[in-house]
Design a protein around this ligand. Structure first.
Ligand code: GLN
Length: 483
Protein backbone atom coordinates (compact mmCIF):
# COMPACT_ATOMS: atom_id res chain seq x y z
CA UNK A 1 0.00 0.00 0.00
CA UNK A 2 1.43 3.33 -0.95
CA UNK A 3 -0.62 5.61 1.32
CA UNK A 4 1.71 7.45 3.66
CA UNK A 5 -0.32 6.54 6.72
CA UNK A 6 0.03 2.86 5.90
CA UNK A 7 3.84 2.93 6.06
CA UNK A 8 5.83 2.18 9.19
CA UNK A 9 8.16 4.75 10.73
CA UNK A 10 11.22 3.12 9.22
CA UNK A 11 9.86 3.43 5.68
CA UNK A 12 8.55 6.96 6.25
CA UNK A 13 11.90 8.12 7.53
CA UNK A 14 13.73 6.51 4.60
CA UNK A 15 11.46 8.16 2.06
CA UNK A 16 11.69 11.50 3.80
CA UNK A 17 15.47 11.32 4.15
CA UNK A 18 15.87 10.48 0.48
CA UNK A 19 13.77 13.50 -0.47
CA UNK A 20 10.99 11.41 -2.04
CA UNK A 21 8.26 12.80 0.22
CA UNK A 22 7.80 15.85 2.42
CA UNK A 23 7.18 15.86 6.15
CA UNK A 24 4.19 18.07 5.53
CA UNK A 25 2.61 15.43 3.31
CA UNK A 26 3.33 12.76 5.95
CA UNK A 27 1.74 14.79 8.72
CA UNK A 28 -1.26 15.76 6.60
CA UNK A 29 -1.91 12.14 5.70
CA UNK A 30 -1.95 11.16 9.36
CA UNK A 31 -4.09 14.13 10.40
CA UNK A 32 -6.61 13.13 7.71
CA UNK A 33 -6.62 9.63 9.08
CA UNK A 34 -7.27 10.93 12.61
CA UNK A 35 -10.02 13.14 11.25
CA UNK A 36 -11.65 10.22 9.47
CA UNK A 37 -11.46 7.62 12.24
CA UNK A 38 -10.90 9.06 15.66
CA UNK A 39 -14.55 9.92 16.20
CA UNK A 40 -15.15 6.14 16.05
CA UNK A 41 -12.04 5.06 17.98
CA UNK A 42 -11.41 7.86 20.50
CA UNK A 43 -7.67 7.25 20.70
CA UNK A 44 -6.67 10.89 21.21
CA UNK A 45 -7.27 13.35 24.03
CA UNK A 46 -5.51 16.16 22.20
CA UNK A 47 -4.36 16.63 18.62
CA UNK A 48 -1.98 19.47 17.85
CA UNK A 49 -2.62 19.78 14.11
CA UNK A 50 -1.17 23.24 13.81
CA UNK A 51 1.94 22.51 15.85
CA UNK A 52 2.57 19.29 13.93
CA UNK A 53 2.29 21.05 10.56
CA UNK A 54 4.61 23.80 11.75
CA UNK A 55 7.15 21.19 12.89
CA UNK A 56 6.76 19.37 9.57
CA UNK A 57 7.66 22.49 7.63
CA UNK A 58 10.70 22.92 9.88
CA UNK A 59 11.75 19.36 9.05
CA UNK A 60 11.23 20.03 5.36
CA UNK A 61 13.77 22.84 5.57
CA UNK A 62 16.56 20.41 6.61
CA UNK A 63 19.03 19.11 4.05
CA UNK A 64 18.90 15.44 3.10
CA UNK A 65 22.10 14.86 5.06
CA UNK A 66 20.65 16.40 8.17
CA UNK A 67 17.47 14.37 7.76
CA UNK A 68 19.47 11.19 7.48
CA UNK A 69 21.45 11.95 10.60
CA UNK A 70 18.32 12.16 12.77
CA UNK A 71 16.75 8.70 12.95
CA UNK A 72 13.13 9.81 13.37
CA UNK A 73 13.11 12.87 11.16
CA UNK A 74 9.76 13.18 9.43
CA UNK A 75 8.04 10.61 11.66
CA UNK A 76 4.78 11.56 13.46
CA UNK A 77 4.62 10.33 17.04
CA UNK A 78 1.83 10.31 19.62
CA UNK A 79 2.42 10.30 23.38
CA UNK A 80 0.42 8.66 26.10
CA UNK A 81 -1.05 11.55 28.02
CA UNK A 82 0.87 10.83 31.22
CA UNK A 83 4.08 12.01 29.53
CA UNK A 84 4.46 15.74 30.10
CA UNK A 85 4.80 18.26 27.28
CA UNK A 86 5.28 22.00 27.35
CA UNK A 87 3.24 22.77 24.26
CA UNK A 88 0.34 20.42 24.76
CA UNK A 89 -1.80 19.87 27.87
CA UNK A 90 -1.18 16.77 29.99
CA UNK A 91 -4.13 15.20 31.80
CA UNK A 92 -3.03 11.69 32.81
CA UNK A 93 -6.62 10.79 31.92
CA UNK A 94 -7.77 12.58 35.07
CA UNK A 95 -9.92 15.60 35.85
CA UNK A 96 -7.72 16.52 38.77
CA UNK A 97 -4.99 17.98 36.58
CA UNK A 98 -7.49 20.47 35.14
CA UNK A 99 -5.83 22.77 32.61
CA UNK A 100 -2.31 21.79 33.71
CA UNK A 101 0.46 22.73 31.31
CA UNK A 102 3.86 21.32 32.19
CA UNK A 103 6.71 23.81 32.50
CA UNK A 104 9.07 21.26 30.93
CA UNK A 105 9.15 18.40 28.43
CA UNK A 106 9.79 14.82 29.55
CA UNK A 107 13.25 13.50 28.71
CA UNK A 108 11.77 11.09 26.17
CA UNK A 109 10.09 14.05 24.48
CA UNK A 110 13.40 15.91 24.25
CA UNK A 111 15.02 12.81 22.82
CA UNK A 112 12.27 12.27 20.24
CA UNK A 113 12.48 15.91 19.16
CA UNK A 114 16.27 15.78 18.90
CA UNK A 115 15.85 12.77 16.64
CA UNK A 116 13.51 14.75 14.38
CA UNK A 117 10.15 13.24 15.40
CA UNK A 118 7.00 15.31 14.96
CA UNK A 119 4.65 15.22 17.94
CA UNK A 120 1.09 14.97 16.78
CA UNK A 121 -0.96 14.56 19.94
CA UNK A 122 -1.64 12.96 23.29
CA UNK A 123 -3.44 9.64 23.64
CA UNK A 124 -6.11 8.38 25.99
CA UNK A 125 -5.39 6.21 29.03
CA UNK A 126 -6.95 4.89 32.19
CA UNK A 127 -6.76 7.61 34.82
CA UNK A 128 -3.15 7.78 36.06
CA UNK A 129 -2.50 4.60 34.06
CA UNK A 130 -4.54 2.53 36.51
CA UNK A 131 -6.45 -0.03 34.53
CA UNK A 132 -6.46 -2.55 31.72
CA UNK A 133 -9.14 -1.25 29.38
CA UNK A 134 -8.91 2.56 29.03
CA UNK A 135 -12.48 2.65 30.37
CA UNK A 136 -11.19 4.43 33.48
CA UNK A 137 -10.27 7.53 31.48
CA UNK A 138 -12.09 10.50 32.99
CA UNK A 139 -12.88 11.73 29.46
CA UNK A 140 -14.11 8.94 27.21
CA UNK A 141 -13.34 5.28 26.52
CA UNK A 142 -11.23 4.24 23.54
CA UNK A 143 -12.51 1.53 21.19
CA UNK A 144 -10.63 -1.33 19.62
CA UNK A 145 -9.94 -0.84 15.88
CA UNK A 146 -10.59 -4.55 15.32
CA UNK A 147 -14.05 -4.39 16.84
CA UNK A 148 -15.41 -1.12 18.15
CA UNK A 149 -17.64 -2.86 20.69
CA UNK A 150 -14.46 -4.01 22.46
CA UNK A 151 -11.82 -2.33 24.60
CA UNK A 152 -8.34 -1.66 23.21
CA UNK A 153 -6.80 -2.80 26.51
CA UNK A 154 -5.04 -0.45 28.85
CA UNK A 155 -3.81 1.58 30.26
CA UNK A 156 -2.02 2.73 27.06
CA UNK A 157 -5.18 1.94 25.06
CA UNK A 158 -5.16 5.22 23.14
CA UNK A 159 -1.59 4.69 21.97
CA UNK A 160 -2.26 1.10 20.91
CA UNK A 161 -5.48 1.97 19.07
CA UNK A 162 -3.91 4.98 17.33
CA UNK A 163 -1.08 2.80 15.99
CA UNK A 164 -3.38 -0.08 15.02
CA UNK A 165 -5.77 2.29 13.20
CA UNK A 166 -2.86 3.86 11.28
CA UNK A 167 -3.46 7.30 12.76
CA UNK A 168 0.19 7.41 13.69
CA UNK A 169 3.06 4.96 13.04
CA UNK A 170 4.57 5.27 16.52
CA UNK A 171 3.28 6.05 19.97
CA UNK A 172 4.85 5.91 23.39
CA UNK A 173 3.15 4.11 26.25
CA UNK A 174 4.00 3.41 29.85
CA UNK A 175 4.03 0.00 31.51
CA UNK A 176 3.71 -0.51 35.26
CA UNK A 177 2.12 -3.95 35.17
CA UNK A 178 1.50 -4.55 31.48
CA UNK A 179 0.09 -1.28 30.18
CA UNK A 180 2.19 -1.31 27.01
CA UNK A 181 2.15 -5.05 26.31
CA UNK A 182 -1.51 -5.85 27.04
CA UNK A 183 -3.05 -3.13 24.81
CA UNK A 184 -0.44 -3.96 22.14
CA UNK A 185 -1.67 -7.55 22.33
CA UNK A 186 -5.37 -6.57 22.15
CA UNK A 187 -4.80 -4.19 19.20
CA UNK A 188 -2.37 -6.31 17.18
CA UNK A 189 0.70 -4.09 17.46
CA UNK A 190 4.19 -4.40 18.94
CA UNK A 191 4.70 -3.02 22.45
CA UNK A 192 7.94 -3.09 24.39
CA UNK A 193 8.63 -2.54 28.08
CA UNK A 194 12.36 -1.97 28.47
CA UNK A 195 14.47 -3.07 31.44
CA UNK A 196 13.60 -0.99 34.51
CA UNK A 197 15.82 2.10 34.50
CA UNK A 198 16.78 1.89 30.83
CA UNK A 199 14.45 4.70 29.71
CA UNK A 200 14.21 7.89 31.75
CA UNK A 201 11.01 8.39 33.71
CA UNK A 202 11.64 12.11 34.07
CA UNK A 203 8.38 13.74 33.00
CA UNK A 204 6.34 10.54 33.26
CA UNK A 205 3.55 11.18 35.74
CA UNK A 206 4.34 8.68 38.46
CA UNK A 207 2.03 5.77 39.18
CA UNK A 208 4.28 3.20 40.91
CA UNK A 209 7.82 4.44 40.67
CA UNK A 210 9.59 1.12 41.24
CA UNK A 211 7.67 -0.45 38.34
CA UNK A 212 6.97 2.30 35.75
CA UNK A 213 8.78 2.24 32.40
CA UNK A 214 8.16 4.10 29.15
CA UNK A 215 8.38 2.18 25.88
CA UNK A 216 7.51 2.18 22.17
CA UNK A 217 4.31 0.96 20.52
CA UNK A 218 4.66 0.38 16.79
CA UNK A 219 3.44 -1.82 13.94
CA UNK A 220 6.80 -3.47 13.24
CA UNK A 221 9.72 -4.68 15.28
CA UNK A 222 12.16 -2.59 13.28
CA UNK A 223 10.19 0.48 14.36
CA UNK A 224 10.35 -0.54 18.01
CA UNK A 225 14.10 -0.91 17.65
CA UNK A 226 14.30 2.52 16.01
CA UNK A 227 12.32 4.21 18.76
CA UNK A 228 13.94 2.32 21.61
CA UNK A 229 17.29 3.35 20.13
CA UNK A 230 16.26 6.98 20.43
CA UNK A 231 14.61 7.04 23.87
CA UNK A 232 16.86 4.86 26.03
CA UNK A 233 19.88 5.99 28.00
CA UNK A 234 20.83 7.41 31.36
CA UNK A 235 19.41 10.69 32.58
CA UNK A 236 20.67 12.79 35.49
CA UNK A 237 17.06 13.92 36.07
CA UNK A 238 15.94 10.37 36.92
CA UNK A 239 17.85 8.83 39.80
CA UNK A 240 16.58 5.36 38.90
CA UNK A 241 17.91 5.55 35.37
CA UNK A 242 20.84 3.21 34.84
CA UNK A 243 24.24 4.71 34.22
CA UNK A 244 27.37 3.28 32.62
CA UNK A 245 25.47 0.43 31.09
CA UNK A 246 27.13 -1.80 28.59
CA UNK A 247 24.41 -3.83 26.94
CA UNK A 248 25.38 -7.46 27.07
CA UNK A 249 26.30 -8.93 23.73
CA UNK A 250 23.82 -11.69 23.02
CA UNK A 251 25.18 -14.96 21.78
CA UNK A 252 25.56 -14.94 18.02
CA UNK A 253 24.27 -18.44 18.16
CA UNK A 254 21.13 -18.44 16.08
CA UNK A 255 19.64 -21.34 17.98
CA UNK A 256 18.21 -20.42 21.34
CA UNK A 257 16.83 -22.27 24.26
CA UNK A 258 13.40 -20.75 24.78
CA UNK A 259 11.66 -21.34 28.09
CA UNK A 260 7.94 -21.97 28.31
CA UNK A 261 6.87 -21.44 31.92
CA UNK A 262 4.45 -24.16 32.89
CA UNK A 263 2.57 -21.75 35.18
CA UNK A 264 1.66 -19.59 32.16
CA UNK A 265 0.32 -22.40 30.02
CA UNK A 266 -2.18 -23.88 32.44
CA UNK A 267 -5.93 -23.47 32.80
CA UNK A 268 -7.71 -20.22 32.21
CA UNK A 269 -6.26 -19.55 28.79
CA UNK A 270 -8.73 -18.95 25.99
CA UNK A 271 -8.69 -21.80 23.40
CA UNK A 272 -8.25 -19.41 20.51
CA UNK A 273 -5.26 -17.79 22.20
CA UNK A 274 -3.75 -21.19 22.87
CA UNK A 275 -4.09 -22.20 19.21
CA UNK A 276 -2.39 -19.04 17.94
CA UNK A 277 0.40 -19.33 20.50
CA UNK A 278 0.94 -23.02 19.71
CA UNK A 279 1.35 -22.15 16.04
CA UNK A 280 3.86 -19.44 16.84
CA UNK A 281 5.78 -21.91 18.99
CA UNK A 282 5.88 -24.31 16.06
CA UNK A 283 7.33 -21.53 13.93
CA UNK A 284 10.00 -20.98 16.57
CA UNK A 285 10.86 -24.65 16.45
CA UNK A 286 10.91 -24.42 12.67
CA UNK A 287 13.59 -21.75 13.04
CA UNK A 288 15.68 -24.29 14.91
CA UNK A 289 15.14 -23.06 18.45
CA UNK A 290 14.73 -25.45 21.29
CA UNK A 291 11.61 -25.11 23.43
CA UNK A 292 12.04 -26.18 27.04
CA UNK A 293 9.49 -26.32 29.79
CA UNK A 294 10.54 -24.27 32.79
CA UNK A 295 8.94 -23.28 36.07
CA UNK A 296 8.42 -19.83 37.58
CA UNK A 297 6.94 -21.16 40.80
CA UNK A 298 5.90 -17.88 42.41
CA UNK A 299 3.75 -16.73 39.49
CA UNK A 300 0.59 -17.56 41.46
CA UNK A 301 1.37 -14.83 43.98
CA UNK A 302 2.24 -12.17 41.42
CA UNK A 303 -1.16 -10.50 41.09
CA UNK A 304 -1.58 -10.23 44.84
CA UNK A 305 1.90 -8.77 45.27
CA UNK A 306 1.51 -6.37 42.36
CA UNK A 307 -1.88 -5.13 43.56
CA UNK A 308 -0.35 -4.28 46.94
CA UNK A 309 2.94 -2.75 45.77
CA UNK A 310 1.52 -0.68 42.89
CA UNK A 311 -1.33 0.87 44.94
CA UNK A 312 1.02 1.45 47.90
CA UNK A 313 3.37 3.47 45.73
CA UNK A 314 0.45 5.16 43.99
CA UNK A 315 -1.09 6.27 47.28
CA UNK A 316 2.12 8.07 48.05
CA UNK A 317 2.71 9.46 44.54
CA UNK A 318 -0.83 10.78 44.28
CA UNK A 319 -0.71 12.67 47.57
CA UNK A 320 0.68 15.64 45.61
CA UNK A 321 -2.72 16.29 43.99
CA UNK A 322 -4.09 18.40 46.79
CA UNK A 323 -5.65 21.33 44.96
CA UNK A 324 -2.70 23.55 45.85
CA UNK A 325 0.06 22.66 43.46
CA UNK A 326 -1.61 21.59 40.23
CA UNK A 327 -4.76 21.89 38.25
CA UNK A 328 -8.16 21.61 39.78
CA UNK A 329 -9.13 23.15 43.13
CA UNK A 330 -12.53 22.81 44.76
CA UNK A 331 -13.73 25.95 46.50
CA UNK A 332 -15.37 26.56 49.84
CA UNK A 333 -14.70 25.46 53.41
CA UNK A 334 -11.40 25.39 55.24
CA UNK A 335 -8.09 24.00 54.00
CA UNK A 336 -8.80 20.41 54.99
CA UNK A 337 -12.18 20.61 53.37
CA UNK A 338 -10.59 21.98 50.19
CA UNK A 339 -8.14 19.02 50.06
CA UNK A 340 -10.92 16.52 50.57
CA UNK A 341 -13.35 18.01 48.09
CA UNK A 342 -10.67 18.47 45.43
CA UNK A 343 -9.62 14.84 45.70
CA UNK A 344 -13.17 13.60 45.96
CA UNK A 345 -14.27 15.47 42.84
CA UNK A 346 -11.00 15.17 40.95
CA UNK A 347 -10.28 11.43 41.20
CA UNK A 348 -12.36 8.68 39.62
CA UNK A 349 -13.48 5.52 41.42
CA UNK A 350 -10.60 3.28 40.36
CA UNK A 351 -8.00 5.79 41.52
CA UNK A 352 -9.78 6.16 44.85
CA UNK A 353 -9.89 2.39 45.20
CA UNK A 354 -6.13 2.19 44.68
CA UNK A 355 -5.36 5.04 47.07
CA UNK A 356 -7.47 3.36 49.76
CA UNK A 357 -5.89 -0.05 49.11
CA UNK A 358 -2.40 1.38 49.12
CA UNK A 359 -2.88 3.51 52.21
CA UNK A 360 -4.28 0.52 54.05
CA UNK A 361 -1.41 -1.75 52.96
CA UNK A 362 1.11 0.79 54.27
CA UNK A 363 -0.66 1.64 57.51
CA UNK A 364 0.77 0.82 60.93
CA UNK A 365 -0.29 -2.65 61.96
CA UNK A 366 -0.87 -3.84 58.38
CA UNK A 367 2.45 -2.91 56.82
CA UNK A 368 4.17 -6.21 57.70
CA UNK A 369 1.24 -8.35 56.71
CA UNK A 370 0.70 -6.69 53.35
CA UNK A 371 3.40 -4.45 51.99
CA UNK A 372 6.39 -6.25 53.46
CA UNK A 373 5.06 -9.65 52.46
CA UNK A 374 4.43 -8.39 48.94
CA UNK A 375 8.02 -7.15 48.74
CA UNK A 376 9.27 -10.59 49.80
CA UNK A 377 7.18 -12.18 47.07
CA UNK A 378 8.67 -9.70 44.64
CA UNK A 379 12.16 -10.91 45.55
CA UNK A 380 11.09 -14.52 45.00
CA UNK A 381 9.68 -13.64 41.59
CA UNK A 382 12.94 -11.97 40.60
CA UNK A 383 14.83 -15.07 41.78
CA UNK A 384 12.53 -17.30 39.71
CA UNK A 385 13.58 -15.39 36.59
CA UNK A 386 17.28 -15.36 37.59
CA UNK A 387 17.14 -19.11 37.87
CA UNK A 388 15.24 -19.61 34.66
CA UNK A 389 17.71 -17.49 32.70
CA UNK A 390 20.52 -19.76 33.90
CA UNK A 391 19.16 -22.37 31.54
CA UNK A 392 17.28 -20.51 28.79
CA UNK A 393 18.04 -17.48 26.59
CA UNK A 394 14.50 -16.15 26.37
CA UNK A 395 11.08 -16.91 27.79
CA UNK A 396 7.99 -16.91 25.62
CA UNK A 397 4.39 -16.76 26.87
CA UNK A 398 1.01 -15.48 25.74
CA UNK A 399 0.74 -11.76 26.62
CA UNK A 400 -2.77 -12.15 27.95
CA UNK A 401 -4.98 -15.17 28.69
CA UNK A 402 -7.70 -13.82 26.38
CA UNK A 403 -8.45 -11.42 23.54
CA UNK A 404 -10.03 -7.95 23.80
CA UNK A 405 -13.24 -8.02 25.84
CA UNK A 406 -16.47 -6.12 25.26
CA UNK A 407 -16.71 -2.63 26.77
CA UNK A 408 -18.28 -2.77 30.21
CA UNK A 409 -17.77 -6.54 30.62
CA UNK A 410 -15.40 -6.12 33.60
CA UNK A 411 -16.47 -2.73 34.88
CA UNK A 412 -18.30 -4.10 37.91
CA UNK A 413 -15.66 -6.65 38.76
CA UNK A 414 -12.28 -5.11 39.55
CA UNK A 415 -10.80 -8.44 40.60
CA UNK A 416 -11.60 -9.95 37.21
CA UNK A 417 -9.98 -6.94 35.56
CA UNK A 418 -6.87 -7.38 37.77
CA UNK A 419 -6.57 -11.11 37.08
CA UNK A 420 -6.18 -10.43 33.35
CA UNK A 421 -2.74 -8.95 34.15
CA UNK A 422 -1.34 -12.29 35.30
CA UNK A 423 1.15 -12.74 32.41
CA UNK A 424 2.49 -9.19 32.38
CA UNK A 425 3.02 -8.05 35.98
CA UNK A 426 5.93 -10.37 36.74
CA UNK A 427 8.25 -8.60 34.27
CA UNK A 428 7.67 -5.31 36.11
CA UNK A 429 8.13 -6.90 39.52
CA UNK A 430 11.42 -8.41 38.34
CA UNK A 431 12.51 -5.34 36.34
CA UNK A 432 13.22 -7.38 33.21
CA UNK A 433 12.45 -6.36 29.62
CA UNK A 434 9.36 -7.73 27.90
CA UNK A 435 7.60 -7.22 24.63
CA UNK A 436 4.39 -8.25 22.99
CA UNK A 437 4.18 -8.92 19.27
CA UNK A 438 1.15 -9.87 17.21
CA UNK A 439 1.07 -13.61 16.63
CA UNK A 440 -2.22 -14.01 14.74
CA UNK A 441 -5.98 -13.78 15.14
CA UNK A 442 -8.46 -15.76 17.21
CA UNK A 443 -12.08 -15.23 16.13
CA UNK A 444 -11.02 -12.08 14.31
CA UNK A 445 -9.19 -10.55 17.28
CA UNK A 446 -5.43 -10.12 17.71
CA UNK A 447 -3.42 -12.42 19.97
CA UNK A 448 -0.11 -11.22 21.42
CA UNK A 449 2.96 -13.32 22.08
CA UNK A 450 5.17 -12.12 24.92
CA UNK A 451 8.98 -12.35 24.97
CA UNK A 452 10.92 -11.93 28.19
CA UNK A 453 14.68 -11.63 28.58
CA UNK A 454 17.26 -11.04 31.33
CA UNK A 455 17.87 -7.44 32.44
CA UNK A 456 19.54 -5.25 29.77
CA UNK A 457 18.89 -7.69 26.94
CA UNK A 458 16.54 -5.13 25.41
CA UNK A 459 18.15 -4.90 21.99
CA UNK A 460 18.65 -8.66 21.89
CA UNK A 461 14.98 -9.17 22.70
CA UNK A 462 13.94 -6.99 19.76
CA UNK A 463 16.21 -8.96 17.44
CA UNK A 464 14.91 -12.28 18.71
CA UNK A 465 11.29 -11.27 18.23
CA UNK A 466 12.07 -10.00 14.76
CA UNK A 467 13.24 -13.43 13.64
CA UNK A 468 9.75 -14.70 14.44
CA UNK A 469 8.06 -11.70 12.80
CA UNK A 470 9.81 -12.61 9.57
CA UNK A 471 8.16 -16.02 9.37
CA UNK A 472 4.67 -15.18 10.69
CA UNK A 473 1.82 -14.14 8.41
CA UNK A 474 1.55 -10.33 8.32
CA UNK A 475 -1.40 -9.06 10.35
CA UNK A 476 -4.48 -8.42 8.20
CA UNK A 477 -6.30 -5.09 8.22
CA UNK A 478 -8.34 -4.13 11.32
CA UNK A 479 -12.06 -4.40 10.65
CA UNK A 480 -13.41 -1.12 11.96
CA UNK A 481 -11.11 1.34 10.22
CA UNK A 482 -11.26 1.12 6.46
CA UNK A 483 -8.14 1.29 4.35
N1 GLN B 1 -3.43 -3.11 34.47
C1 GLN B 1 -2.44 -2.83 35.47
C2 GLN B 1 -3.03 -1.94 36.53
O1 GLN B 1 -4.16 -1.65 36.44
C3 GLN B 1 -1.22 -2.24 34.84
C4 GLN B 1 -1.30 -0.77 34.62
C5 GLN B 1 -0.06 -0.21 34.01
O2 GLN B 1 0.84 -0.93 33.60
N2 GLN B 1 0.03 1.09 34.04
O3 GLN B 1 -2.39 -1.54 37.45
Amino acid sequence: MSELWAMDAYALHEQFASGAISAEAIVKAHLDRIQAWDSTIGAFLFVDAEGALRRAREEDAWTLDERRRRPLSGVPVALKDNIVTRHMPTTAGSKILGAFLSPYDATVVDKLMDAGAILIGKTNLDEFAMGSSTEHSAFHPTRNPWDATRVPGGSSGGSAAAVAARMVPVALGSDTGGSIRQPASYCGVVGMKPTYGRVSRYGLIAFASSLDQIGPMTRSLRDSRLVYGVIHGSDPHDSTSLTNVAEPIPSQEQRWRIGLPREFFGDGMDDGVRRVIDQALESLQGLGHELVEISLPHTDYAIAAYYLIAPAEASSNLSRYDGVRYGMRASGGDLLNMYETTRDEGFGDEVKRRVLLGTHALSAGYYDAYYLTAQKVRTRIREDFDQAFQTVDYIVTPTTPDTAFVLGARSDDPIKMYLGDIFTVTANLAGIPGLSMPAGLAAGLPVGLQWLAPPLFDAALLDAAETLERVLQPMPWPEEVKA
